[in-house]
Design a protein around this ligand. Sequence first.
Ligand code: ADP
Ligand code: MG
Length: 476
Amino acid sequence: MTKDCLMVWDGCLRIIKKNVTPQSFKTWFEPIRPVRLENNELTISVPNKFFYEWLEEHYVQLLKTSIRQELGERGRLLYHILDGVSKTPPPPVEQPSNKPSSEKDNEPVPGVFDAEMIKNPFVIPGIRRIKVDPQLKHNYTFENFIEGDCNRLARNAGMAIAKKPGGTAFNPLVIFGDVGLGKTHLAHAIGNEIVQRFPNKAVLYVSAEKFTNQIIQAIKNNAVNDFVNFYQMIDVLLIDDIQFLSGKQKTQEIFFHIFNQLHQNGKQIILTSDRAPKDLEGIEDRLTSRFKWGLSADLQAPDLETRMAILGAKMEQEGVDIPNDVLEFICYNIKNNIRELEGVMISLLAQSTLIRRDVDIELAKEVIRNFVKTINKEITVEFIQALVAEHFSVPVERLHQETRKRNIVIARQLSMFLAKKMTNKSLKAIGETFGGRDHSTVIYSCKAVQDMMDTDMIFRDTVSDLEKKINMSLNT
Ligand code: ADP
Ligand code: MG
């Protein structure tokens, strides 16, 4: 190394320093060493290929300008990518700076980076180049993330991001919603789609819990800088369940730093949370206000049709066939949590295989009873009254009162009929729940309903619809 090459590089650094943030300078320029100067060509050594690509992608213009300032119009820059594995450096790998980084060149470039400078928890063992394992679940994709009104905004925003990571207004994208509604699935789907479309991008999925543990570890090992450096190399960072950061000040501080750096460099950030950013407690305002920079999209509980589509698709995926009415029954009863929906289905299938019973509504009922804590174990007269009153659009208390109004009389008689048929209550007990009527009134009502059913087909359909609804509403 001649003195000249040092001086030239020093001159370049002075120019660069004025044009980048101190952090970027420290991260990307301090580790560079000038190697030699020959025929107006300055060779610099960089730790690895990733580093080289980063410089080319982000600072090529700045590097060019500074080289020209120092060496004139004919000045050129060559890179020497260090090989940290063999201690004797191979002949320099040189790349003129004005040539775009070659896409074909996928040869692993071994780096000192992972071996010596940074304890990177995601480096795939056995592969020497810097390669981030995205930690993605392959079965969580867009294809099997069923679209519905409940998730349309989040799903579409995710898709837009996957097509153009860092290039949309949705940065960060915050996906929020209750447990079991698909936040984790959607985050992985975005990650998987990006990996497929942009194999060269460094994508990383990490739960906020794991992220926190890594920080604790890094603090213990005095390696916070390495930690931060590693995260700053990621192109698409997905952090799941950020509510977990609540109250963890040091983690928030480091995350704040990483967030800024990534965001500033046009990297994509995707976060999930069990509540809206504004409702996150124990998280610093400067962070939550940044979460609002992009788009916050919520996942709602899916409607019946979407639940059926989701469960239907899962069953098809698993190659199992269950009757449609059982599917509908389950979806009707499990409303707020897709994970629970899947759980019921799995135990249903397990039960049917173990005890060799047909998968039917009866079995589904038993399974759901075991599964859902808040379930009503039996059908009550009050419940029937409420459902029938709703169907006839009359206030339920009118069923208890004296009235000759035809639709109320029918609603009352039908409620008695269904109560007799669907509960174990005695005629006397049923009569009492209708404003203290006696058992003969109940008998009379049942007969009247039966007569109507025998003569009126439409009425018969109404009765069977209501019966079905009552049977389905175990969970209400
Ligand atoms: P969260 O992270 O919000 O608690 P998950 O992403 O773990 O929820 O989702 C729970 C289960 O529901 C997963 O098995 C997931 O595949 C499934 N799921 C959620 N939403 C959908 C959807 N729209 N289409 C298909 N499966 C879904
Ligand atoms: Mg989750």
